[in-house]
Write a protein that binds this ligand. Sequence first.
Ligand SMILES: [Mn+2]
Length: 362
Amino acid sequence: MQMARVQQFLDKLKEKHIEQFVMLNPKNITYVTDFTGDAAALLATPTKLTLITDGRFTEQAKREMPKEVAIYRWQKGLLTDTIKLINESGIDSVVFEADQLTYEQGRKFVDGISADVIPMTGLVEQMRWVKEPGELDNIKKAVRVADETFLYILGEIHAGMSEMEVSAKMEYFMKTHGGEGTSFDTIVASGIRSTFAHGEASHKIIEAGDILTIDFGALVNGYPSDMTRTIAIGNVDPKLEKAYYQVLAAEQAGIDAITAGMTSRELDGIIRDVFKKDGVEQYFIHGAGHNIGLDIHEGPYITSRPGEGDIVFKANMLETIEPGLYFPGLGGIRIEDDVLITPGKSEVLTTAPRRDLIKIPA
Ligand SMILES: [Mn+2]
């Protein structure tokens, strides 16, 4: 299967008339070659692929990559040897992933190469947008682990426990139930901390009357899931309880609408309109969702931003839909599910309960 991915990439180089391409984004390198280490560069011409890396990774690279990809162990430094190989190849122009280098590295790279140097971003990233069956299998497994983790943690959470204990228990569960890690540091934000849309677990003690947002995911074969649930510890402020159902309605509107052929902007509008009708749109302070793949956040994003908003969704993209409302000084609500786009009615992969605000007896 992986040789097909290599071929797809080489075809892309031919189609774009790229003489030589320097891949520096580790996830892009994983996508094309299956190599999962970091600290590497992939030098590609339409007929030859060379992975440049160091002694820590040569054995791993041999095992992971198709044998058609040559391995070059650098002597002086990753960037220095990459520049040397480019200069020795005698080509006239080289395209490189410009968003992967610091200013200093970029200057060294451009100054050191005798051929024309052309910065480019997004070529491989866009190849990654639509998921292949093997990728979808991994994401579905990662979603299943996250679903099980949520049901498990519901039985564990109680007032008096710290956010950190909740996240530690969840992460232990994920790693012992089919996950190899977490998609990102687990967010457990209780009470007033739930207004931090990305409040990673702290040592705060969860108390009766807290609203609690949990945003997490499991990693399976390098692919993540991403889910958010908000629950209550006993009775919470009625404004928050009301907001739960407003967020749920906005999310459901997005889930019902998302389909292949629609633009990101259209979907963004449908989700935001639910909040506008209720007059609460100013409390929705982040994006409405994103594609997931080797990176937890990938394009296309659900957005009305110029350019990005015009992107048309395709079947087998995997978008999260994750509206939220955050009231300063009070608390925040977010609900997030992973949705597989199809030409018809899209498929919600996550199954953890969300129809009613779950209240843990305090
Ligand atoms: Mn997300």
